[in-house]
Design a protein around this ligand. Structure first.
Ligand SMILES: [Zn+2]
Length: 342
């Protein structure tokens, strides 16, 4: 099968087209002919090298959608040709964490594309319990822009952020994958949504997605705008994945008792915290990693009912994965970048 893979970690040059064997399937597995796969910053980090070891050649891609091509003899309820997505986080299904529904805490939790071969190939395999049927509410290219991104944003806004109707919510980087999902999710929950962008095109997208106050960080300081628009009170919740560059001002935006939820650090991981401010204002800083299986099913239902929508900026053919990753790295994108495999 055609795949874009790498035999060693490094820069964009390590990505190469390879002809790899179609993955064999076990009794409980499903083989999926990949139609499209969304891109995430995680793909860049995995390619550049994370602490854990990879099995080379490694196929990345955490948001694979496609059609069932083959099923193991023990699989029921799925049909050849059916449109499906591969769950972006996969617990073992047996341990205490999985049993209480907290699969991201599973010691065997894997993200396909990071810990196992992902969707940047003609075929991928997954255990049947992690293969989720899709409706025709959206095209497969559009569905590919959703699983990891909306799962993460949904758990950040709801479980970690405990959003309530009428809350003021600041979403950092509103035109990013997580940002464009979080704006919609917070808005749907009845919040007033503030967001930051860096270009006029991104500002337009953020408004289309429902943001109430859009700050172009090139021209304005978002902390000042937030203070001004909330009469000095600040926001109840900050949804954050930018890291270092916005950390200090993000904290400054929080109202008394406010929560900052973070799932990433695209501009750098090292930040400072003034403990006096932290305890006097009774703020919470909360780490978020992926989301639970139940949250994935819930957010997919909202997408299915078109209460939320995938935001696809550009698609690239699989052979141009390197260009697609460079485009993501350049941070010009309006929503998600998707690689189309067939
Ligand atoms: Zn488990």
């Amino acid at each position: 099968m055609r795949a874009m893979a790498f035999a060693r970690t490094g820069g964009i040059e390590v990505l190469e087209p390879l002809d790899l064997p179609v993955p064999p399937i076990a009794t409980d597995d499903v083989l999926i002919r990949v139609s499209a796969c969304g891109l995430n910053h995680l793909d860049l980090w995995v390619r550049q090298g994370l602490p854990q070891s990879l099995r080379f050649p490694h196929v990345g891609g955490c948001e694979a959608v496609g059609r069932v091509a083959d099923i193991g003899s023990g699989v029921h309820g799925l049909e050849i040709g059916q449109a499906v997505l591969v769950a972006p986080g996969q617990g073992c299904g047996r341990c205490a964490a999985c049993a209480r529904g907290d699969d991201p805490a599973c010691r065997e939790y894997i993200i396909p594309g990071e810990h196992a071969p992902g969707g940047f190939a003609e075929f991928t395999r997954a255990p049947a319990r992690h293969v989720i049927p899709l409706s025709d509410a959206w095209s497969l290219d559009q569905w590919a822009a959703t699983p990891l991104t909306f799962l993460t944003a949904f758990s950040m806004v709801h479980r970690h952020g405990r959003v309530a109707p009428g809350d003021d919510v600041l979403v950092q980087a509103g035109a990013s994958g997580v940002g464009s999902a979080a704006i919609q999710i917070a808005k749907l929950a009845g919040a007033r949504v503030f967001t930051t962008v860096s270009t006029d095109l991104k500002a337009r997208l953020a408004r289309e997605l429902g943001a109430d106050v859009v700050v172009n960080s090139q021209h304005e300081n978002f902390a000042e705008v937030v203070k001004d628009q909330t009469q000095g009170r600040g926001v109840d919740l900050v949804i954050e994945h930018v890291g270092q560059a916005v950390w200090k001002d993000s904290l400054k935006c929080l109202a008394h008792g406010g929560r900052l939820v973070t799932c990433g650090a695209t501009t750098g991981p090292q930040v400072a915290l003034d403990l006096r401010f932290f305890f006097i204002r009774e703020i919470e800083v909360i780490g978020a990693f992926m989301g639970r299986r139940g949250e994935l099913l819930q957010v997919l239902k909202l997408l299915d009912r078109k209460l939320l929508r995938p935001v696809v900026d550009r698609t690239f053919p699989l052979a141009e994965l390197a260009r697609a990753q460079q485009y993501l790295e350049s941070r010009q994108q309006l929503g998600k970048v998707v690689v189309v495999v067939e």
